[in-house]
Write a new protein. Structure first.
Length: 288
């Protein structure tokens, strides 16, 4: 009897390990690098191809999509953008072929993530430095060499959209456009654009921490940095068109890089997930 019980316990342990491995495997996303789109200007700051991670939907989630913009702040000067180009936030050279996206919106456990657990999941890698919005290049001197910096967020986003439409997004019935931090801002800036790409689908936004204080502290000068992004990355054609039209001719066109000024023009329903006291904004914007 003792040997039978031991065998049963051992079998249950193996089953548990197998179930855990299956759950983990279903959260594994595979990288798609958009190498063919480089010729159309879709590239990271360093000129490497942009890319996204993808988990296919299944069951009743086969035609439902989560499109998530990765966050990671912005680069706010040519020197800062060059430094960023040497990291995963400005280059795809170090992206692994597979990545684990488990947890939160990407959790495949129906008990923990009952709405999205079996949807198509897209994790848009962020490597342009301007919330997927820029359209410019710049030359930056490093030693005796001139380095070209590419601010091609709009082309990156367009290439991803086109690739995803061909992958099945055009058949979508439901789409959640999301992102966190700089990707949360991208959700506000681009939700209507994504909605226009799939007009027959029910499209909503879920912006995580996308509102940033418009404040110019003597130390941090955050507003000036966002103005630099808007101007030097040439984002006017990559943000909300109605917002740009409203502020055209004013002294404040850069306001369209802030969610609070863009929000009145957004037509797509968006749930704003925002902390009252943001752990990033207090020191990085208020300088306290």
């Amino acid at each position: 009897m003792k040997m039978v019980r031991s065998g049963v316990v051992f079998g249950l342990c193996l089953l548990l390990v197998w179930l855990q491995q299956c759950a983990f495997a279903s959260d594994i996303a595979h990288l798609t690098l958009l190498t063919d789109a480089v010729k159309d200007g879709s590239m990271c700051i360093d000129g490497s191809p942009a890319g996204y991670y993808f988990i296919p939907g299944k069951g009743d989630g086969a035609n439902k999509w989560l499109v998530f913009h990765e966050g990671g702040g912005w680069c706010v000067s040519y020197e800062n953008c060059y430094e960023r180009s040497l990291t995963r936030l400005g280059s795809s050279k170090s992206y692994p072929p597979v990545d684990y996206l488990g947890g939160g919106f990407f959790d495949s456990d129906a008990l923990l993530n009952p709405m999205l657990y079996n949807w198509n999941m897209v994790y848009m890698k962020y490597c342009d430095g301007g919330s997927f919005s820029g359209n410019a290049t710049a030359s930056y001197q490093v030693g005796n060499s001139n380095i070209t910096l590419h601010f091609r967020g709009t082309a990156v986003r367009t290439a991803m959209r086109d690739h995803l439409l061909a992958r099945g997004l055009r058949k979508a019935t439901d789409v959640v456009v999301s992102g966190c931090s700089a990707g949360g801002l991208a959700t506000y800036l681009h939700a209507d654009w994504w909605r226009a790409a799939v007009p027959s689908a029910h499209v909503v936004g879920l912006a995580d921490s996308g509102f940033f204080i418009d404040y110019e502290s003597p130390e941090k000068q955050y507003e000036s940095k966002i103005r630099w992004v808007y101007t030097m990355m040439n984002v006017a054609e990559g943000v909300d068109a109605d917002c740009v039209k409203f502020y055209k001719g004013s002294a404040f066109p850069w306001k369209c890089m802030f969610a609070q000024y863009t929000a009145p023009f957004i037509k797509t329903p968006i749930f704003a997930l925002q902390s009252q006291y943001d752990a990033y904004q207090v020191p990085a914007i208020l300088g306290s």
